[in-house]
Design a protein around this ligand. Sequence first.
Ligand SMILES: C[S@@+](CC[C@H](N)C(=O)[O-])C[C@H]1O[C@@H](n2cnc3c(N)ncnc32)[C@H](O)[C@@H]1O
Length: 267
Amino acid sequence: MKTKKPEAPQQLDKQVPSPPEKPSENEKPALETTTLWDYPKQSYGKTPKGNNKFQGVTPAFIIWNLVQRYTEPGDLVVDPMSGSGTTVDVCKEEGREVIGYDISPQHPEVIQNDARNIPLPDESVDLVFIDSPYGDNVSYSDHPDCIGRISCEDESFYLELEKVAKEAHRILKPGKVMGWLIGDQWVKKTFTPVGFKLYELLTKYFETVDVICIARRGQSSHTGVWHYRAKKFNFYLRGFKHLFIMRKPALSKSKKTSTKVKWAKYK
Ligand SMILES: C[S@@+](CC[C@H](N)C(=O)[O-])C[C@H]1O[C@@H](n2cnc3c(N)ncnc32)[C@H](O)[C@@H]1O
């Protein structure tokens, strides 16, 4: 009689991504057509975009897609929280003008500046991209003005993000777009809907173009031990981030022409 083979140990780390493929020289991302964007790696093409060793680096594909959809060559793109400069690298390759700021720059072309006070004139920018801090477990720098030092469980975090949103709104030309990437938090048995809270405040200033779900891959929690803990202690690992695509209204509400039917016309 055949003896039964012992069962294979439970596969816990199914979601760990395979090692990035070697990028081909002319590789360009695909233009997204749905609201679910899922990237197996951080960057594309021959040259790096940002620094994929920087904690919190943005997938370059996201910025590429926003740049293709909402700007023309020569337009000005601003990233007030540029970190390792992914936006700068993507925009330069795509022939866009770009200014990257950060409180603690990690890229030679990123300028040191606080996102709550952007040194640009009103209505001078064609696209703003922001990938802001949100999680209490990430330390971007020791700079005292880093907004990431404030807990997203604390209301003051949203007051500071609102200052950034107001600046983004001020510098954008009317009718132009801002993309803001952010995740939610679950720590110590507490869920914080950071995305919904930010979205609510953005709608005070912007119209919604769309909301995109960005699949999260490759982060440190996608390991066997974390999947094991998620099952054992009955919680979920974060599987996605929100990308809010918001438009500065073309005309301020007070200046908007009335859409009411002029009944006099039908007399
Ligand atoms: C998620 S990271 C941005 C990643 C970046 N897009 C990249 O690809 O490298 C968030 C950034 O916000 C910056 N930051 C935090 N507070 C800031 C502030 N008050 N003004 C400007 N930047 C700030 C941090 O230093 C950090 O680099």
